[in-house]
Design a protein around this ligand. Structure first.
Ligand SMILES: NC(=O)C1=CN([C@@H]2O[C@H](COP(=O)(O)OP(=O)(O)OC[C@H]3O[C@@H](n4cnc5c(N)ncnc54)[C@H](OP(=O)(O)O)[C@@H]3O)[C@@H](O)[C@H]2O)C=CC1
Ligand SMILES: O=C(O)C(=O)Cc1ccc(O)cc1
Length: 440
């Protein structure tokens, strides 16, 4: 039996368990739209949070998830994916009779399993996932809704509450969600994580190195730093806990290794044929009059470096060649996922498209890869890093993931503020450019 839920801000109470970056963003936006929020983080954060939200009469800070659960009609768990099972195990039984429960974790299989295991049978399950970070403008961004164990009325209520984000709702099952987000996020993150580790291993701050000047380099640097400025567990969770993601990261490392091997063996024909076969598979279906997502001007705008873009050094772009190779080998057509894409994925797709579709650029990159040693040491470190991330993820080691992530994070941390500012502008500009593509 399900209780009647009224989508009226005067009556309905929304619970948020986990007041980290995403939980706070939800609390801020929902309370600004007039909804009553009951929220908590770990009990040790109670006093601090109470003080912080003291002036917001719509945000009621409580000591723990039991108090949030017994009062609220729609509860969102916004906690680390790794801990979802134990947190739902702790608070699930306190859920108000007939309430709706959802989660914000990036991988839905473990979240849904925890809900099914610990929530009383009268509780409905509608999960969600905002496909962007906490500091991105929510307007127009994909927001996945999963009507897992719930009536149409319950889904309607969740939609009514989350409408104030002005995001674009995408309706999926939990397994569709995990498959698509693996396609869009897993190898994308692996590429940027590997760049960071490789630069660190070579003791480089790439924006200070003249060979790292130019539009594509700007994107690599900004996005890599953006990822490293975030919390390690966000990326660890979605890579380690999603089985589809592991296969993709493994393929990405394989593509990097095989292409690098062909490069150092100078197997020019085999290398060129492979890159062109990947190009045909991934970009072959685009219409002849297809306009590139990104342009030179746009890419040059977002630089952390002081070296003028005219002094650009051609690069082998192993990370990008391997990305397209990986999509080809896995049968992924990235354009099919625009409706469910994150800002980073759209940017990464834009850059790969720019490299593969700008006249002359791909051939220049192939020539550099085969004949020029300028980037050889960087490419070697990149290959080692990609393999190492793949091993950590396949082995499922949160501990080693955290260590590798945080040592690299410390190295780059002085530049996070600048990179985040530029990254936000870049995301905004590219978002405008790619709007048409997402909607059609
Ligand atoms: N950041 C992002 O870009 C996005 C993240 N997500 C997903 O959203 C979820 C939250 O991410 P995010 O906000 O970035 O991470 P945070 O680490 O900032 O937030 C999680 C919060 O939950 C708290 N927490 C842990 N255990 C409990 C508990 N028992 N009771 C109450 N609170 C608890 C954590 O405390 P403590 O730190 O002490 O453990 C932390 O404050 C993750 O699953 C992530 O994958 C989804 C979309 C985007
Ligand atoms: O855009 C990206 O890929 C990000 O890095 C931000 C992000 C992280 C985790 C998610 O579940 C969704 C978005």
């Amino acid at each position: 039996m399900t209780a009647t839920l009224t989508p009226d801000p005067k009556v309905l109470q929304i619970g948020i368990i986990g007041m980290g970056d995403m939980g706070r963003m939800y609390a801020r936006r929902l309370s600004a739209a007039g909804w009553k929020i009951n929220a908590c983080d770990r009990p040790e954060q109670f006093e601090k949070l109470k003080e912080e939200y003291g002036s917001n009469s719509l945000v009621n800070i409580l000591e723990n998830g039991h108090y949030v659960s017994r009062l609220s009609d729609y509860i969102i768990y916004s906690v680390e994916a790794e801990n979802i099972d134990s947190i739902v195990a702790t608070y699930g039984a306190s859920t108000k009779v007939g309430a709706i429960v959802g989660g914000q974790t990036s991988c839905k299989a473990p979240e849904i399993a925890a809900f099914e295991k610990y929530l009383p049978a009268d509780v409905q399950i509608v999960s969600c996932h905002s496909l962007h970070g906490p500091n991105v403008d929510t307007r127009g961004q994909p927001l996945v809704l999963i009507q897992h164990r719930a009536s149409d009325d319950a889904l309607d209520l969740v939609r009514t509450v989350l409408t104030c984000f002005n995001s674009q709702f995408v309706y999926l099952t939990a397994s569709q969600h995990d498959k698509i987000t693996a396609d869009t996020q897993a190898a994308t993150h692996a590429a940027f994580l590997s760049m960071g580790v490789a630069w660190y291993a070579n003791s480089q701050f790439p924006w200070e190195v003249p060979r790292y000047v130019g539009g594509i380099e700007n994107v690599k640097i900004n996005i890599s730093l953006r990822i490293y400025s975030n919390k390690w567990h966000v990326y660890a969770g979605l890579a380690i806990m999603n089985p589809a993601a592991q296969a993709q990261i493994l393929q990405y490392a394989k593509s990097v290794t095989e292409l690098f091997t062909l490069m150092v063996e100078h197997k020019a024909d085999e290398f060129r044929d492979r890159v062109y076969a990947a190009k045909k598979a991934v970009f072959g279906g685009l219409p002849a009059n297809h306009e590139l997502l990104l342009s030179d001007d746009l890419l040059d705008k977002f630089s952390l470096s002081n070296v003028p873009p005219q002094e650009r050094t051609p690069n082998s772009h192993l990370s990008l060649l391997a990305m397209v190779d990986c999509w080809w080998k896995l049968g992924i057509v990235p354009y099919d996922h625009m409706i469910c894409s994150t800002p980073l994925f759209r940017i990464w797709l834009g850059v790969t498209e720019y490299l593969f579709q700008s006249p002359g650029l791909l051939d220049e990159c192939i020539d550099v890869a085969l004949e020029n040693d300028t980037f050889r040491a960087d490419d070697l470190e990149f290959t080692v890093a990609a393999r190492s991330w793949s091993e950590i993820i396949t082995f499922g080691s949160f501990k080693l993931y955290r260590y590798r992530f945080e040592t690299t994070q410390n190295y780059f941390s002085p530049r996070f503020a600048d990179a985040t500012k530029l990254g936000n502008e870049m995301i905004k500009t590219i978002f405008e450019k790619t709007k048409q593509r997402r909607l059609h």
